[in-house]
Ligand binder design. Structure first.
Ligand SMILES: Nc1ncnc2c1ncn2[C@@H]1O[C@H](COP(=O)(O)OP(=O)(O)OP(=O)(O)O)[C@@H](O)[C@H]1O
Ligand SMILES: [Mg+2]
Length: 357
């Protein structure tokens, strides 16, 4: 359980310890290891983010904590309650907003909310009053009598969140609350998440594959990769661990086709920079070179000169303070974007294999 992050202090709202979960193969396929010893803790009244690319294990973790799925091994507590021993008590304490909508498109916004409240055991009058309150808060009152199928993406997502809040949970799980939303709807959702954590001292576990979302909202976050947590802390702590600046250089490989010549250009660039010695953690991502330097602005002219001497052209070069993208690269050895793309390719290959059977 080397990948468990333990938060100091006893005011812990969520704790997952050494969770393992595989989904079971069959038809000649090996089982998929969704969680591989994942663990973290989150403090009461804070926003905690699980940040990871597609297929990292975020939804699996949230479902286990929300008692919708069982881990193969490991333990989890929510608001101090063990999820396996007392799932009913956990369900009363939490709100759960799934990655995919659960609203009924052929019902109105208000009816969806009242039904969610009734399912949670609320009385009819209480459910109606609470629905009115939440419709107001999410600026949905004007649309309350309309069928949900006519809602915009942002309105529908706000209604999903409102459904999770009907019974006034202490802990709210939001599985990718803003995926697919336009920038304005995303900003509104962010403001509401911040408000709930601040004014209502609600504990919010959020999953996301937007680096900037975790950076903006989370007091602490954990980066999930292949079912494990590879790094955790506050966004600032994680970025500060990376001393110095990030340097990104796009090499000019246009003239160097075919592929063998491209590879040769990249190797020449790497050798030249290794000799120079001012850059460290050099990683190539196609023809983009990423590295770190103690002082990026001072290093850059020397780097460009070394590349020129080695006969390697440069399309662009940039120096920046560390971002969460750099944190991810440092801990996984690949960029966030390439992990997303890699998972998409793997899923397509899986689908094709399925079709071919
Ligand atoms: N019900 C299931 N049956 C089989 N495999 C599953 C199931 N649910 C998840 N998986 C697999 O487990 C792994 C983790 O999936 P999970 O949904 O937890 O990832 P995620 O981080 O939420 O990804 P996304 O960002 O795409 O939502 C993936 O390889 C996924 O294909
Ligand atoms: Mg998911």
């Amino acid at each position: 359980m080397g990948s468990t992050i333990i938060e100091s202090g006893s005011d812990t709202a969520l704790a997952a310890v050494d969770l393992h979960k595989s989904y079971g193969g069959g038809r000649g396929r090996p089982p998929v290891k969704a969680l591989d010893g994942l663990g973290f803790t989150a403090a009461t009244g804070s926003v905690f983010a699980l940040l990871g690319p597609n297929g990292a294990g975020k939804s699996t973790t949230v479902k286990i904590l929300a008692t919708l799925s069982r881990a193969d091994s490991g333990t989890a507590t929510v608001a101090g309650i063990d999820v396996q021993r007392h799932p009913e008590r956990v369900r009363r304490a939490i709100g759960f907003v799934a990655q995919r909508p659960v609203t009924d498109p052929m019902d109105t916004g208000r009816e969806n909310l009242v039904l969610a409240g009734r399912l949670q055991g609320m009385g009819a009058r209480d459910a109606k009053a609470r629905a009115g309150e939440l419709l107001d808060r999410f600026a949905l009152t004007d649309a309350a009598r309309r069928l949900v199928r006519g809602y915009s993406g942002g309105m529908a997502r706000k209604l999903d969140v409102a459904m999770g809040l009907m019974h006034r949970p202490q802990v709210l799980f939001l599985d990718e609350p803003t995926t697919g939303l336009d920038p304005q709807a995303r900003a509104e959702m962010w403001a509401e998440i911040e408000r709930m954590a601040r004014d209502e001292r609600m504990t919010i576990l959020l999953t996301t594959h937007y680096l900037e979302e975790a950076d903006k909202l989370a007091a602490r976050l954990a980066i999930v990769d292949h079912g494990r947590i590879v790094a955790g802390g506050s966004p600032e702590e994680l970025k500060n661990e990376l001393h110095g600046d990030s340097v990104v250089i796009e090499l000019d490989t246009a003239a160097a086709r075919p592929a063998a010549a491209v590879t040769e250009t990249v190797v020449r660039a790497q050798e030249a920079l290794a000799r120079l010695g001012t850059l460290r953690d050099i990683v190539m991502d196609d023809d983009v070179l990423r590295a770190r330097a103690d002082n990026g602005a001072r290093a850059l002219p020397h780097v460009l000169a070394a590349l020129e001497t080695a006969g390697v052209g440069v399309v662009s070069a940039a120096v920046a303070r560390p971002s969460l993208d750099d944190v991810y690269l440092r801990h996984t050895g690949h960029t966030f974007a390439s992990a997303q793309a890699g998972q998409a390719v793997a899923e397509r290959a899986g689908d094709l294999a399925e079709v071919a059977r």
